[in-house]
Design a protein around this ligand. Structure first.
Ligand code: ADP
Length: 365
């Protein structure tokens, strides 16, 4: 929360430091703009600068530093301007100074109370920024812990599950004749429960694995590749349901192919799974562009979703049906949401019960 002071005339800087001292605010005097620039990265509460200390080059350098701050940071600058009538020159300087972002201009001669009040306001806002930073850091840590937990839990739970799978398989292969029909039925139930749990754990692992990455380092991929991969994986369900799938032209996006393919697969898989009993399945896939994003939509003519559940269905393990009618574990949409949000997009559904659903997601261009 230290305040840096840059005022070329020694007495000015000392006067300003004295003004702050009265408020018990720690001040440091930068003898030259270069010193100010080198002190900035150490972290400051605010800077007070006498206008005449800055040449256009210094303003440019400061503006570059301002732009390089992390998203939570918006360092306050208080610039003391010269008194006198506005001139084209003073007007241009004031405009250049806007590049400092969080800027307060105070005309000299200024009363000490004016400066004190501006500094107090600046430090108060700065304190809020620090609070946001620590909350963000705590959130990131909690998120990383959760990812780690989901990863270890799903990994470790797979070991005993594998044993259950292997031994029930051996039991059914080598001892089938020793079991009466009831015993055979129970064994079948154990095997299908083990399969369901295996699918659930691999979905949990997939969820935990969608971790952070720098989207701008990604190559552009044509969406048709991941879409075809998804359709291929769903080949059995598409043939069995006789689903008619209409595709419009697809764009290129900055995404990992496997992520986009997973989103398509989950959404198209659901469009087939949640179909109406009597209607042939019809799915329309389209992509359009709006305000810096690509919007992908997957519309079906299935059973639809009641309005009260349009948001809850994206939660982990959230489902609206029992396993009997529609098998599943409630992870599909949660994985889609996590992937899409990691790329800075969002996902939502428009739907009426009995009238089909249209899932849409956005990806920045
Ligand atoms: P799962 O399909 O395994 O239950 P999801 O997370 O993919 O899990 O979906 C959550 C719930 O959202 C589903 O149980 C279903 O009730 C509803 N849902 C998802 N997609 C559709 C759809 N296309 N039409 C109707 N309901 C859907």
């Amino acid at each position: 929360m230290r305040v840096l002071i840059l005022a070329p005339i020694g007495r000015d800087a000392r006067l300003l430091a004295g003004t702050l001292d009265a408020l018990k605010i720690e001040a440091a005097i930068a003898p030259a703009p270069e010193a100010l620039l080198s002190m900035l990265p150490q972290g400051i509460g605010a800077a007070i600068i006498a206008e005449e200390a800055l040449t256009p080059r210094h303003i440019e350098e400061l503006a570059r530093w301002v732009a390089s701050q992390p998203p939570w940071s918006d360092t306050p600058f208080i610039v003391l301007t010269s008194a006198g009538r506005p001139t084209p020159e003073s007007h241009r300087r004031a405009q250049d100074l806007q590049a400092l972002g969080n800027l307060t201009l105070i005309e000299r001669p200024a009363r000490p109370e004016t400066i004190q009040s501006a500094v107090r306001t600046a430090l108060r806002a700065r304190m809020r920024q620090y609070e946001i930073r620590s909350r963000q850091e705590a959130l990131l840590r909690a998120n990383a812990d959760l990812e780690q937990f989901a990863h270890s839990a799903s990994h470790d739970l797979r070991e005993p599950l594998r044993s259950i799978g292997i031994y029930s398989e051996l039991l059914s292969r080598n001892f089938a004749t020793s079991l009466d029909p009831k015993g055979g039925e129970f064994l079948g139930l154990i095997q299908s429960a083990a399969k369901r749990m295996d699918a659930l754990l691999s979905d949990l692992l997939a969820y935990a694995h969608v971790s952070s990455f720098a989207a701008e380092t990604l190559e552009q991929v044509h969406a048709i590749g991941p879409l075809k991969a998804a359709l291929e994986n769903l080949g059995g369900a598409i043939r069995e349901s006789g689903a008619q799938i209409a595709l419009s032209e697809m764009p290129t996006v900055r995404m990992h192919e496997s992520h986009l393919s997973q989103v398509f697969q989950n959404l198209i898989g659901n469009a087939i799974k949640y179909r109406q009993e009597d209607d042939p399945v019809r799915i329309d896939l389209s992509a359009s562009r709006a305000e810096g994003y690509w919007i992908f939509s997957i519309a079906d003519n299935g059973i639809g979703i009641p309005p009260a559940h349009k948001e809850t269905i994206f939660g982990i393990f959230k489902r609206l049906h029992t396993n009997g009618k529609y098998p599943g574990n409630g992870m599909g949409l949660a994985i889609c949401q996590r992937i899409v949000e990691r790329y800075g997009g969002r996902i939502w559904v428009e739907s009426e019960p009995g009238q089909g659903s249209k899932f849409s997601f956005t990806i920045p261009e």
